[in-house]
Every structure is written in C-alpha cells, then in structure tokens.
Ligand binder design. Structure first.
Ligand SMILES: [Zn+2]
Length: 181
C-alpha cells in the first residue's frame, strides 16, 4: 500500500506535465489474480486503439526505487481479472467499470479498473462459442475500458465523445464485439 501512496503523491506533481505524446508508460498493479491471456489480449487491444502511442508496460511490483518516466499513468486493476465461475451474487453490478481520479477539477494520471464489474458486464453479453475464449474477450474488454480512461487522462477531460470507446456507458456487447465500437 505504501508504494501506491508514494506513486500517487509523485503523480500529483507530474500531472500537469502529461500531454498526448508518442510514448506513454503504464504502471500496472493487479490487486488480485489475473489471467495472463487476458493481460496479453488487453495489451494488443489497447495498442490497436492507441496506434500512435508507444506504450511501455511496467508492473508496479517490479519497479525499482528511483526510476522515473516522462509520461506515466498508474492503473490499478481491482477484483479478479480472469473469467471463471464465481457465484454471481458475490458481484455487485452497480457502479462504473472503471474511473480516473480527479482533484480540484483536474484529471489525474491514476485510473482504477473494476475487473469484477467488467467480467459481469461481458459474461451476460456472451453467447455460443464466445465462452470458450472468455479470457481473451475479457482482455479485449479491459483494453477498451483502459483506452477510455486513458483518453480522460491524456486529454485532461471528464467529457465523453459521441462515438467509439470514449463514449459513456459502453455495453458488455460493445466491449467484446469483433467490431470496435
Ligand atoms: Zn468516461
């Protein structure tokens, strides 16, 4: 927990310097278990959606003391980031799939993704053979959710666009569909 607080206080200083540039470091923290297949699918989906940005993925737990990066966003993945059968009553469907912290009206480079809520949203949108590729589809959904949050961070805005992954209220179907929203 101490690392998160350190990272966050550092980010508060760096926040105004972040621009939509060509390279971006994402510092990832999984709070719970995750599927490597989902993680890999998330990376490729995000790279397609942000094709003009060279994304450097780093795990918070592997960071060395004293490392610094010009443009970074910390992303915490909460809940279990893998598809498996869990009693559905354990999952609270309410609330957003992800959010990005703000302070005094400014968007901060610190996002949180609610894996349990994303899982719930896509599970009820799946059909047929999609269940066989559930972890890959979870990764695709997480990539779209993450692209949405990074849009808020990089554009310094709480607003949404009318189309695409930056619209508000993406449905479970839009998160996993072969056709990007
Ligand atoms: Zn949003």
């Amino acid at each position: 927990m101490r690392h998160v607080i350190c990272a966050l206080s550092l980010l508060l200083c760096l926040a105004p310097a972040i621009q939509a540039k060509t390279s971006l470091t994402l510092i990832i923290q999984f709070e719970n278990r995750h599927s490597q297949e989902s993680f890999d699918a998330m990376k490729s989906e995000l790279q397609v959606l942000m094709k003009d940005v060279a994304i450097d993925w780093r795990l918070l737990e592997e960071m060395q003391a004293g490392e610094s990066f010009p443009d970074l966003v910390v992303v915490k993945f909460k809940g279990a980031c893998l598809m498996e059968r869990l009693p559905s009553y354990l999952i609270d469907e309410r609330g957003p799939l992800a959010f990005t912290h703000t302070a005094e009206g400014q968007v901060l480079p610190f996002s949180e993704v609610e894996c349990d809520k994303v899982r719930q949203a896509i599970h009820s949108a799946m059909w047929g053979d999609e269940y066989k590729h559930a972890d890959a589809l979870l990764g695709r959904a997480l990539g779209r959710v993450l692209a949405h949050e990074l849009y808020h961070v990089l554009e310094h805005t709480k607003k949404h666009e009318k189309e695409g992954v930056n619209r508000s209220g993406l449905t479970g179907r839009q998160l996993i569909s072969d056709r990007r929203p």
